[in-house]
Ligand binder design. Sequence first.
Ligand code: NAD
Ligand code: TYD
Length: 349
Amino acid sequence: MRNILVTGGAGFIGSHLVRLLVNTYPDYHIVNMDVLTYAGNLENLKDIEAKDNYTFVKCDICDVKKVIEVFQEYTIDSVIHLAAESHVDRSIEDPFSFAQTNVMGTLSLLQAAKEYWGGNFTNKLFYHVSTDEVYGSLGEDGFFTEETTYDPHSPYSASKASSDHFVRAFADTYGLPTVISNCSNNYGSYQFPEKLIPLFINNIVHNKSLPVYGKGENVRDWLFVNDHARAIDVIFHKGKLGDTYNIGGFNEWKNIDLIKVMIKTVDRLLGREEGASDKLITYVTDRAGHDLRYAIDSTKLKNELGWEPSLQFEEGIEKTVTWYLKNNEWMEKVTSGKYQEYYKKMYNK
Ligand code: NAD
Ligand code: TYD
């Protein structure tokens, strides 16, 4: 029996993780703490919301007092912390909210855990979910390992790097039992259409232009979101206290090549002629401080804990595009209202 506080469980990765934990471990109580920003959506969890071992609590992670009350009410013994502002472009527009949520919010959770557990850390765990973006940018070759020096460039990655440092500081200073994982770019169902893959799938469907930053030559390492959730499950149960694990699928794609795969897949599934949507590709001004290449070496996770991705990219992208085409109601709901203002502001359309 465990009482696990998952933060950010109504978001993209959090909802997949909550679903996996609730379905796999009927003896665990999963408490999902989320303040429901634009990126948080309880519709993502409709299929499990009535389960006995699941509770949703609407709470801002920055509100230490309320967070401690939640620890008390549900006798929390473990935290898996995902709540964050997560989009690089938004961090360029508004860095303060990233410092607030990602740095102060993480600090507030660490403080709550430390206070509530009161120095008795037996069978306790604070698991912090982070990103490979803290390592900065790679050149043409090489990989990020757990030993790579932090070198963040965007306000988003700087805030995540800072939160990682606070987690390690709490482990070193107060003996808090912690573990951190740094994952590469995720894709799959329920991702908010501000990120490349769902944004472009939706635009292809609606014959809207595809704003490719710069020359489309930046490289990202893509992992199917369910495989990230599986990795978190494995690290939560078997990870060594105080350690860091890199998570990635050795699956690098140049943006423009990935975009061509998306166009091909959407056109085929919609019964359009091959190449029908190629004309939508529009090269636009590059993102400021745009990291050239991310690539994760996840050998440690494979060798020490036996985790490997379950899906090849071709299968994952087919599943993902199919999901967005089938769930156009979900897409319509999240792109109505405020999303239109966001789109106008970011893309001048
Ligand atoms: P997301 O933006 O889809 O979801 C974030 C969730 O956090 C939302 O449900 C939101 O409501 C919630 N949240 C935001 N501020 C909050 C606050 N103050 N209090 C409580 N809840 C709050 O993000 P995601 O893509 O699912 O990412 C989840 C985590 O994984 C983040 O920590 C991110 O840095 C990390 N990560 C993401 C990726 C990726 O490719 N998306 C890759 C590696 C790591
Ligand atoms: P994104 O999904 O925002 O993830 P991240 O910046 O965290 O890696 O972007 C993935 C890549 O796609 C990145 O190199 C930026 C690029 N991109 C575009 O070219 N156009 C877009 O409209 C977006 C959102 C991203």
